[in-house]
Design a protein around this ligand. Structure first.
Ligand code: SAM
Length: 341
C-alpha cells in the first residue's frame, strides 16, 4: 500500500494544475472567547470514563465498541490490516518503500521546526533534551532517525507485532535512545506519569487517515504535549484526485492495492485539519505539500497540497481564568505578563 507501485500510480498521474493553492497556512495564535481549560476539563472527564473501558479491551485481542461512545481512535479493521504487514516494515523495496523515502522530507521538517521553537542547538545531536512521542510508529521507520538526532523518543502503536518488529530492529543499535509500547494515544494520555503534559513534540506521520476518531486524537495530542509543544502530522488530502487515483484506479480498476485499503471518507483536507486542531487548542504554523516522484522514488516539497501534505502546529499556552487572574495579581503589569504566553 505504500510501495513504489502504488506511489507511481497515484503520483505519476497527478497534475500539479489541479492542486489547491495552499502552500503555507498561517494562523493567529489565539482565538477570542476560547477557554482551553474548560474544554479540557469536560473532555478529560469523558476520556477518563472511556479509558476505564478501553483498558479492559486492549486493541488487538478484544472487540472495541462504537467509536464515539468509547472515545477510541482505533478502527479494528485498520489494526488487522497492519497486523498482517507487521514483518514488512524494514524491507526498503517492499510495501513501505515510500515511507522509507519520506524520511528525507519529514525528518528535516520535524528537526528544523523543533529547532525554531526550542532554539537550543547541540552539534551532532540537535534534538538532545527533547521528548518526542511517535504515534502510530509502526516498525519505527521515523522513530529511529529522530532518536539518532538526540531526542528521547517513545513510539506507540496499537499493533503489537509492529511494536515487536520496532523493538527488535532498534536493538541492533545499542546507542539508540528509543522505546516502544503497544498502546493507543488515548490510553497513554490517561496515564498521569507517562502521558499527560510530558512531551515536547508529538509526531503522527501517515496515521490520521487510519483512525476511527480524529476529535479524540486531536484532544489526546494536546493532553500529552507540554504547553508550547509541537504537533507534526503528515497525511493525505481529501480531494477528487485522491478519490479517483487512490480508491477507484488503484483499488477498484487495477487492483494494485487490495480493495478497502483506503477509506476516502477518512482523508482530511488541510483546512479541516486546521479547524479541528484549533478547536483543540493548537495554532497551526505551517502546511506544506509533498510530492512523490514515481521514477526516482523520492519525495520533494511542493506548493500543492492536493494529495500529500505535512503540517506543524503548536499547542497554545492556556489563558488564565479571569477571576483567578484577578485574585492572584494586584498589579496591571502582572496581568500583562500572565495573559500572554
Ligand atoms: C501508514 S502506517 C505509518 C507508520 C509510521 N508512522 C511511518 O510513517 O513509518 C500507519 C500506522 O498507524 C497505526 N495505527 C492504526 N490505527 C492507529 C491508532 N488508532 N493509533 C495509533 N496508530 C494507529 C498502524 O498500526 C500503522 O503502524
Amino acid at each position: 500500500m505504500y510501495s513504489n507501485r502504488f506511489g507511481r500510480l497515484v503520483l505519476g498521474l497527478h497534475s500539479r494544475k489541479q492542486a489547491a493553492v495552499c502552500g503555507v497556512v498561517q494562523s493567529a495564535a489565539g482565538r477570542s472567547g476560547f477557554s482551553w481549560t474548560a474544554v479540557c476539563e469536560q473532555r478529560t472527564l469523558r476520556l477518563q470514563r472511556g479509558a476505564c473501558l478501553k483498558s479492559q479491551q486492549h486493541t488487538m485481542h478484544r472487540p472495541i465498541s462504537a467509536r464515539s461512545a468509547s472515545q477510541t481512535t482505533v478502527d479494528p479493521d485498520e489494526v488487522r490490516r497492519f497486523q498482517s504487514l507487521a514483518t514488512k516494515w524494514w524491507d526498503e523495496q517492499g510495501e513501505f518503500a515510500a515511507l522509507h523515502a519520506m524520511n528525507d522530507l519529514r525528518v528535516p521538517f520535524i528537526r528544523d521546526n523543533l529547532l525554531c521553537v526550542h532554539g537550543a542547538y547541540h552539534p551532532g545531536k540537535p534534538l538532545s533534551g527533547l521528548r518526542i512521542l511517535d504515534v502510530g510508529c509502526g516498525g519505527g521507520l521515523l522513530t529511529e532517525p529522530l532518536g539518532r538526532l538526540g531526542a528521547n523518543v517513545l513510539g506507540i502503536d496499537p499493533v503489537e507485532h509492529s511494536i515487536g518488529t520496532a523493538q527488535l530492529h532498534s536493538s541492533y543499535d545499542p546507542d539508540l535512545q528509543v522505546c516502544y509500547r503497544a498502546c493507543t494515544l488515548e490510553e497513554l494520555s490517561a496515564e498521569e506519569e507517562q502521558g499527560a503534559g510530558q512531551f515536547d513534540a508529538v509526531v503522527a506521520s501517515e496515521v490520521v487517515e487510519h483512525l476511527a476518531d480524529l476529535e479524540t486524537f486531536a484532544f489526546c495530542c494536546s493532553l500529552v504535549l507540554k504547553p508550547g509543544g509541537s504537533l507534526f502530522i503528515t497525511t493525505i488530502n481529501k480531494t477528487k484526485l485522491s478519490y479517483a487515483l487512490g480508491i477507484v484506479v488503484a483499488e477498484q480498476l487495477l487492483r494494485i492495492v487490495p480493495r478497502g485499503t483506503h477509506d476516502w471518507e477518512k482523508f482530511i483536507s488541510p483546512v479541516e485539519l486546521e479547524r479541528l486542531l484549533e478547536s483543540n487548542g493548537f495554532s497551526v504554523q505551517s502546511v506544506q505539500g509533498m510530492l512523490y516522484n514515481p521514477v526516482s522514488g523520492a519525495w520533494s516539497w511542493t506548493d500543492s497540497t492536493a494529495i500529500n501534505y505535512a503540517l506543524h502546529a503548536v499547542k497554545l499556552r492556556d489563558d488564565p481564568q479571569p477571576d483567578h487572574a484577578e485574585e492572584s495579581s494586584s498589579h496591571p503589569e502582572d496581568h500583562t505578563a500572565a495573559s500572554h504566553s
